[in-house]
Design a binder for this molecule. Structure first.
Ligand SMILES: Cc1cc2nc3c(=O)[nH]c(=O)nc-3n(C[C@H](O)[C@H](O)[C@H](O)COP(=O)(O)O)c2cc1C
Length: 216
């Protein structure tokens, strides 16, 4: 199947988003596109994708440059979310990739008027407990799917940093307004607003390990 094929039935990517990467192998097509995106050569020599370097240097940003984010970076950010562990591997979450500027404006309002929500790439992570086909009470499935959505967003956030981008995680949201803005009944867990930072900052301090880690 060519990636330009646009039949709704055969297309494995959503309308208005086509990854720039072709799958490299034919077998197991679903994972092939994912692997192909994740392992494609990094076309930016400025970035250092060593996991521990990324973790130790990641910083939130609230001032972004208007510089657009390259499509291949967006592809990797989205694909990373799909590698996160999920309860029972049921992938109890959905990603809303917000491209419409009017929807971004609504999200600013839904996030208590935090202006930096309007970044070049805005992703809304929502839980989808109906996907979690485990025989547990509803509140457990709700908890699992919120954890699924949260982890997925964290994977995308780290990837954004690995690619020389920065982001702000937005948890202060009016959930009903977010639902209305993106047109869903699913519960949003967070917004991840991504772009190039207008300035680079050093890591924030954390508490001492002795206060964090409780040996029992
Ligand atoms: C659950 C959660 C909710 C957050 N909500 C917001 C938010 O609504 N607005 C905001 O500006 N930052 C928000 N942040 C970002 C934190 O303020 C930021 O991660 C923290 O200060 C640590 O800074 P660092 O990410 O640069 O290490 C949130 C982070 C998390 C994990």
């Amino acid at each position: 199947m060519s990636k330009t094929e646009d039949s709704d039935e055969k297309r494995i990517w959503p309308k208005d988003y086509t990854p720039s990467q072709e799958p490299t192998v034919d077998s197991n097509f679903r994972n092939a596109i994912l692997n192909s995106i994740l392992t494609s050569k990094i076309a930016d020599e400025q970035v250092n994708t060593d996991l521990f370097y990324v973790m130790s240097t990641r910083r939130s940003t609230r001032k972004f440059s208007p510089r657009p984010v390259e499509q291949w970076k967006i592809d990797k950010i989205l694909a990373s979310a799909d590698t996160a562990p999920t309860a029972g591997n049921f992938q109890g979450f959905e990603i809303f990739y917000v491209k419409d500027p009017k929807v971004k404006e609504k999200l600013v309002l839904a996030a208590n008027n935090q202006p930096y929500v309007n970044t070049p790439v805005v992703l809304v992570f929502c839980s989808n407990p109906e996907r979690v086909k485990l025989n547990f009470p509803q509140e457990i499935l709700a908890k699992f799917s919120i954890q699924d959505a949260t982890l997925a967003a964290a994977y995308s956030q780290l990837t954004a940093s690995a690619l020389g981008l920065s982001s702000i995680w937005i948890g202060l949201i009016d959930e009903e307004k977010v639902k209305e803005a993106i047109g869903t009944n699913l519960r949003p867990s967070s917004l991840l607003c991504i772009g190039y930072p207008s300035q680079k900052r050093g890591p924030k301090s954390r508490r001492n390990l002795k206060d964090l880690i409780h040996v029992v």
